[in-house]
Write a protein that binds this ligand. Structure first.
Ligand code: LMR
Length: 413
């Protein structure tokens, strides 16, 4: 259909997390609370520049750096650090991992979707139900010919993982080279991850059916406070499916890992991330890398400098790196502590229901179980902003507002 006038285009709503932040910023109510977007806040509701990052900024400033173009694939020193953070030093040195710098985790997901759609040509992409809303948008825009199918993930009756449903869906419907998006840790929005035994079973199905996994790793460090522990599933998939000893009959065509450094370095606006392609050891990754480089050139020419320089400055210096590990722990522990606070406050004031799941879930979010009508009432009556699917970004909670939020929840139940 030909468009007669640009005025015929319908007005689309803003993506929810951004719309909520805008509405919250415009709300003059004194006790308003933003539990919408997944961004870290300190105990005073303020953005937190990690002390390790601040120190790296000062070092960079004193070094009087230039502002030249990066190579199209990105800053190689940053990529070495980012790869080691994700895979650990041993796996990171493997020849079958190819890395490119991206415009944050979103850019990595987008590049992965473009590459898969154009070169792998899968019939379907399997996406967890529910997921980060942008997965759907990215694949719709970048890979319109790939059918989006949901695999069961959240079971409302147990408020846990629907592991059987997830595996059954992949077993029954996924074909060779179909893409499966998996959240590496701290699942967004549910805060529920598979156990290590369950991850192994998923990897077994992926290998046997030769599915192409796209791991989205947006919250490394936020699940446990330990970046190595949070990368366990990725490393396990690598070891099971992509080493010399992996059986060729159960080695998929490849696997992507989309790495965001936005959350664990508090570098949200700097848009820093990486895309890692893992290929079978018997295959040369050079052609695939050349096509990825071409896609980057067409889209952004080359990535930007600042975030890459900061991450490199932090991770390449033993002392700063250990300060950064402490910073990540501070963030993870604060979120854990507000989980406990909210649960005990809801119980103390007799809010109807069982609130154990708030403490059991992990990472930045709680999938509260509140309905969209209750979420709407929280917003309209109490000026508390959260996603309509009941996802609460816990970092907006603190010692001063948790009692207010708990009372408001009791009121809307
Ligand atoms: C979120 O899930 O709230 C964040 O990842 C921000 C975003 O881009 O949606």
């Amino acid at each position: 259909m030909t468009l007669k006038s640009l005025g015929d285009l319908p007005v689309l709503p803003l993506p929810e997390s951004f719309a909520l932040t805008a509405a919250y910023n415009d709300d003059p109510f004194h006790e308003k609370v933003n539990l919408g977007q997944g961004v870290y806040r300190d105990n005073n509701c303020q953005p937190w520049v990690l002390p390790s990052v601040r120190e790296a900024e000062e070092t960079l400033y004193n070094r009087q750096v230039d502002h030249e173009y990066l190579p199209i694939a990105g800053d190689s020193k940053f990529l070495t650090n980012a790869r080691e953070l994700l895979f650990g030093p041993q796996i990171a040195s493997s020849k079958n991992i190819t890395s490119l710098q991206t415009v944050a985790g979103t850019g990595a997901n987008h590049l992965a979707a473009i590459f898969c759609a154009q070169k792998l040509c899968p019939k379907n992409v399997f996406i967890s139900d529910p997921t980060w809303d942008n997965h759907h948008l990215i694949w719709r825009e970048a890979a319109p010919n790939v059918m989006q199918l949901l695999y069961p993930y959240y079971d409302p009756s147990t408020r846990g993982l629907n592991f059987e449903g997830m595996l059954a869906k992949l077993e029954s419907s996924a074909e060779e080279n179909d893409v499966v998006i998996l959240h590496a840790c701290a699942h967004n929005p549910t805060g529920i991850d598979p156990t290590r035994e369950q991850w192994k079973k998923i990897a077994e199905v992926v290998g046997r059916k030769k599915l192409f996994v796209v791991f989205d790793c947006a919250y490394q460090g936020f699940a446990s406070g330990d970046a190595d522990a949070d990368a366990w599933a990725i490393r396990e998939f690598y070891s099971m499916l992509f080493t010399e000893s992996s059986s060729p009959s159960s080695t998929p065509a490849g696997m992507f890992v989309c790495q965001s450094l936005s959350k664990n370095f508090g570098l949200y606006g700097e848009r820093i991330g990486a895309l890692h392609l893992i290929t079978p050891t018997s295959t040369s990754p050079e052609g695939a890398k050349a096509h990825l480089v071409q896609a980057v050139r067409a889209e952004i020419s080359c990535p930007s400098l600042f975030g890459a320089r900061i991450v490199h400055a932090v991770l390449d210096d033993a002392e700063l790196r250990s300060k950064w590990q402490e910073d990540v722990q501070i963030m993870a522990l604060r979120i854990k502590s507000v989980r406990a606070l909210l649960k005990s406050e809801l119980e103390r004031i007799g809010a109807q229901g069982d609130w154990c799941h708030i403490e059991k879930q992990i990472g930045m979010f709680s999938f509260t179980g509140l309905s969209s009508a209750q979420v709407q009432e929280l917003r309209e009556k109490h000026h508390i902003y959260m996603l309509s699917n009941g996802r609460m970004s816990l970092s907006g909670l603190n010692e001063s507002n948790v009692a207010y939020v708990a009372r408001a929840i009791r009121d809307v139940l």
